[in-house]
Write a protein that binds this ligand. Structure first.
Ligand code: NAD
Ligand SMILES: O=C(O)C(=O)C[C@@H](O)[C@H](O)[C@H](O)COP(=O)(O)O
Ligand code: ZN
Length: 363
């Protein structure tokens, strides 16, 4: 084990273990649960089951495994039903526990299955993408998408523990690794100027980079701190909503383009550009700051404008479904400077349209 840190949430506190060869630790965790008489099951996807077959065998032995299709379209009602039927068939009861093994899609879906099966059972997050290690496995947001918008149905349900095994990243496609870097850059922008500067000046990170464990740890620390202070995004100002920097725009792009067209991190990259431009229009940051964010995203081959035009009306309709809205007013996350974000209520008429058209939306 390289390192452990804690998400502090009173009786729901849990550790995040970051290391290599965590299969052995997981095996111990499985053995302890089985010795307690618990029924256990693994939920994963086809690419993870194929690429990490040896890890699955080593960590989970004979446990029942549900293998779902890979990709964003799996975060849907029919797959939630699929998970619930599987859990019932393999005989999990209220003491049962799920191992969510995969990226954010599996973490969010299996986490929601855990939140709802028998009105709530325990689950472990075993993130196997960079994005899941630095973001989705921590904090307890679980859920699925609707055609109308991302993550519109779900629950807050914290995992019992997170096991992030860096070795699993070695089989992750580069495009997926880079998508995870969008959330890393987001964390730098909203909470950690030094991280942002390190990313700018350092070599391009990859799965085997020596610096990667420290970067993952730093990101988990940022997320754990925000979540510990505002678990359910209830703070009127700031709080957990700040982790949504770029997401009001990015989620709209994902839904309108069709889930999976843009990877989540890719849509968020465009969303971050829009959030920076929005912040500039508010007078919070200057154009030189926007001009630092764009090349950092491009360093990881992330898109900074739409690949093909999307209809503006549909993007605006999707933005109106954003869960941060209150009393009919949209709430955005903006930058005050690199390393500090704030929430802003409302938007000047016409500005949203102008910003979307600026990244290639079709009027
Ligand atoms: N709950 C949260 O707080 C939170 C935070 C950020 C993102 N999310 C959600 O996470 C999702 C995106 O997660 P993601 O980017 O991890 O996508 P993902 O789960 O779809 O995984 C990306 C792809 O990589 C494959 N893969 C995963 N691990 C692999 C490995 N080790 N080797 C080879 N292939 C592997 C998967 O099969 C998939 O095809 C989105 O739905 C997003 O909304 C949730
Ligand atoms: O954990 C959070 O809070 C986040 O906002 C992290 C985001 O990166 C993530 O994409 C999350 O799923 C967005 O949640 P939502 O509440 O906007 O659906
Ligand atoms: Zn995100």
């Amino acid at each position: 084990m390289l390192e452990s840190l804690e998400v502090s949430l009173a009786e729901r506190s849990y550790p995040i273990h970051i290391g290599r060869d965590l299969g052995t630790s997981l095996r111990r965790c499985v053995a302890a649960d089985l010795a307690d008489g618990r029924k256990l099951a693994v939920i994963t996807d086809a690419s993870v089951a194929r690429e990490q077959a040896a890890f699955v065998e080593h960590a989970f032995g004979d446990l029942p495994v549900l293998v779902l299709p890979s990709g964003e379209s799996t975060k849907a009602f029919h797959h939630l039903e699929h998970c619930a039927n599987f859990l019932a068939e393999v005989g999990l009861d209220r003491g049962g526990r799920i191992f969510a093994l995969g990226g954010g899609v599996i973490g969010d879906l299996a986490g929601f299955a855990a939140a709802s099966f028998y009105r709530g059972i325990g689950f472990y997050q075993i993130p196997t993408t960079l994005l899941a290690m630095v973001d989705s496995s921590v904090g307890g947001k679980t859920g699925i998408n609707l055609t109308a918008g991302k993550n519109l149905v779900g629950a807050f349900h914290q995992p019992l523990c997170v096991f992030a095994d860096l070795d699993t990243l070695l089989s992750l496609p580069k495009r997926e690794f880079n998508a995870g870097m969008a959330e890393v850059i987001k964390h730098g922008l909203l909470a950690d100027e030094e991280l942002f500067t390190l990313l700018e000046s350092g070599p391009r990170l990859e799965a085997s980079s020596e610096d990667l464990p420290a970067i993952i740890r730093r990101n988990c620390g940022i997320k754990a701190g925000v979540v510990s202070a505002d678990e359910r995004e209830e703070s009127g100002q700031g709080g957990r909503a700040l982790l949504n920097l770029g997401h009001t725009f990015g989620h709209a792009i994902e839904a309108v383009a069709g889930y999976g067209t843009y990877l989540h991190g890719e849509a968020i990259a465009i969303g971050l550009v829009l959030a920076c431009q929005f912040s500039e229009r508010l007078g919070n940051i200057d154009s030189a700051t926007v001009d630092r964010a764009v090349p950092l995203l491009q360093k990881y081959d992330l898109p900074v404008r739409l690949r093909k035009p999307l209809p503006l009306d549909s993007l605006l309709a999707a933005v109106r479904k954003d869960k941060k809205s209150r009393a009919g007013s949209l709430r955005f996350v903006a930058l005050e400077k690199i390393g500090k974000a704030v929430t802003v209520v409302g938007i000047e008429p016409g500005l949203l349209e102008e910003l979307f058209v600026g990244v290639g939306a079709a009027q």
